[in-house]
Design a protein around this ligand. Sequence first.
Ligand code: 5IU
Length: 276
Amino acid sequence: SSPHLQTYEQRAKKHGNPAARKLLETMERKKTNLSVSVDVTKKKDFLAIIDVVGPFVCLIKTHIDIIEDFDQTVIEHLQELSVKHDFLIFEDRKFADIGNTVALQYSSGVYKISSWAHLTNAHAVPGPSIITGLSSIGLPLGRGLILLSEMSSKGALTTGSYTEDAVRMARSRRDFVVGFIAQKRMDGIGAIEADDVTEEDFLVLAPGVGLDSKGDAMGQQYRTPREVVLESGCDVIIVGRGIYGKSDQLDVENVRKQAERYRQEGWSAYLERVSL
Ligand code: 5IU
């Protein structure tokens, strides 16, 4: 049956990529499909939010380059928190250059993303060579790549044949590409031959999730965890401002409450899905 009708535990046992397997195991163990996107600019707030939501997430999503007072201790603390609370790290880098350049951006520079991020992501725009470049660094380290096959923003160009081609690119590199950023499952999209897709299990990570808002003033669009997980078959819900609110007025108690709430919503939608 389609992967989304199986439990995370069943899928973990069969997955060939170590980062994907670890994520699925963590989801099952902690009973959560929640990923919190921590888009704040001060390292103190960044680490405070992660420490509070840590118990409720399987994955922390970062934009490391927006931290104004970044230094290496940010990475050290992030890694300590990842062990303390048992979650994986996903740097939402959205690589988009030629293979040689993305390999350097992934491994080098100030952030050395490949050294700490279990997962990162890339646009399909440059074609298969972007996967070749990133996998030359990430595969030996046991990392996984997520391809952007759909975006959540209004008017996104990631539709139709673009989405299909992104899925085909992923299919040809199942050792390293472990999933999609998308708004729905990609199982039926760009299918080549039935044989080829029976064993595939791409994780679908969905941003644009909110319970109290339909969008923001800059084109973001929100759907509920239930719509995303139960109706659209996505595996991980990515929630940012729905959980930490306005970052200039951080209310730690409320952050905890919201993380618990989204974890509960996402998990009950999953339970309902796999019991069908
Ligand atoms: N993000 C999206 N939509 C996308 C992709 C990434 O929102 O299609 I690809 C990122 C942007 C932000 C987070 O880091 O996910 C969502 O944050 P909010 O929940 O605060 O909107």
